[in-house]
Design a binder for this molecule. Structure first.
Ligand code: GTQ
Ligand code: FE2
Length: 351
């Protein structure tokens, strides 16, 4: 491996640059685009089509079994700006995961944090450190860093959902660790409600006892069900009279974001309306849950429908246009905002 060699038309300077390169040194005075006035993202705005992902995922289901080694049947969204890396943005992994009838994805844990956002179906349980969480359309399920997790589909219908992980961030920090779980086939006892929800799922109420206080740096409530999210959006729209409302998923004990590296929000844009433009530093992944419309990101326009995934680069102006009709446009977004906020790098603007 050699470092980049800078060149000069001045012979003496050119020899200097050659000698510098021989010692893995580079001249800052020749560099461009290092300290840019505004972010200069490698991530590009992009849409992955639900129809394509579903068709390809179903083919994978017929050809690719789930077992040790592979572990998960996942199609990773690869941003065309990132040189072939399997990352949806510079900081976030996004993917669609398929679990067929009677299949199970074995337990493992890793230092990257993950979340599942369910597009349809209601037949899968994700076990987190032995606690079974039911997954249904519109639900957000957290699998925080270093928690053991496994997915079970005891039904005779296949199911799919969207995974988002902070893997590119953790990889950049050179802090990826992974471990397989115990391999014995324990059939989990699947209650309708997880222990996490029983303890932390009552609105405005958390256990007062020291023993029930969470020890991790993530939300102890690991499942956010669609009925609650929908009601929160509906009530907020009613009270404010706004056609563009957003709710943020929070840690019920500390009040902050659900996990230290990822912010989750659900936005509802009323059918037939258009939002004002917004931009923020850091990257985002948006998944369409309901409705259809057009999302403008910088100079790109994407027609979107249920299940489509959009990558939004840092500092790109974004507007949302919901199609007229009966269905509002419901958009689930994950961003790296907690990381940027912690480092005082978070900025946002509305037009
Ligand atoms: O379901 O545990 O999309 O470990 C990527 C890595 C899903 C998972 C992904 C994972 C998982
Ligand atoms: Fe995992």
């Amino acid at each position: 491996m050699t470092t980049k060699r800078y060149e000069s038309k001045e012979p003496e300077l050119d020899v200097l640059y050659q000698d510098m390169s021989d010692h893995d040194l580079q001249p800052l005075w020749e560099m461009r685009g290092l300290l840019t006035p505004e972010p200069n993202p490698r991530t590009v705005a992009h849409r992955w089509s639900a129809k394509q992902m579903r068709a390809l995922g179903e083919r994978a289901g017929q050809l690719v079994p789930i077992d040790r080694g592979g572990d998960r049947r996942v199609l990773a969204c690869a941003n065309p700006g990132l040189g072939g890396a399997p990352y949806a943005t510079s900081t976030l992994w996004a993917a669609v995961q398929f679990l067929g009838p009677r299949e199970a994805a074995p337990a493992h844990r890793h230092s990257p944090s993950a979340l599942r956002f369910v597009l349809e179906g209601d037949s899968v349980w994700t076990m987190i450190n032995g606690d079974p969480l039911h997954m249904a359309a519109g639900d957000l399920i957290l699998t925080p860093a270093w928690t053991f997790h496994e997915h079970h589909n005891p039904s005779d219908k296949g199911m799919l959902w969207v995974d988002v992980l902070d893997l590119p961030t953790v990889e950049f920090l050179e802090a990826v660790f992974f471990e397989e779980g115990p391999s014995e086939e324990v059939i989990p006892k699947m209650d309708a409600q997880s222990a996490s929800e029983k303890l932390y799922g009552s609105p405005g109420l958390v256990p007062a006892g020291q023993a029930a206080q969470p020890s991790g740096n993530y939300s102890p409530l690991l499942a956010y069900h669609w009925a609650d999210t929908d009601a929160a959006l509906r009530h907020q729209a009613d009270v404010s009279g706004e056609t563009d409302v957003t709710v943020r998923y929070t840690d019920p004990v500390r009040g902050g974001d659900v996990m230290p590296t990822m912010r989750c929000e659900m936005r509802r844009v009323a059918a037939g309306t258009k939002t004002s433009a917004h931009r923020q530093s850091g990257t985002r992944i948006t998944t369409v849950l309901h409705g259809s419309g057009r999302i403008t990101v910088g100079n790109n326009e994407f027609d979107v429908e249920h299940g489509d995934i959009i990558a939004i680069p840092s500092w790109a102006w974004t507007t949302v246009h919901a199609n007229p009709g009966v269905e509002d446009l419901d958009l689930f977004t994950t961003s790296d905002a907690p990381v940027l906020s912690a480092l005082k790098l978070f900025r946002e603007e509305w037009s």
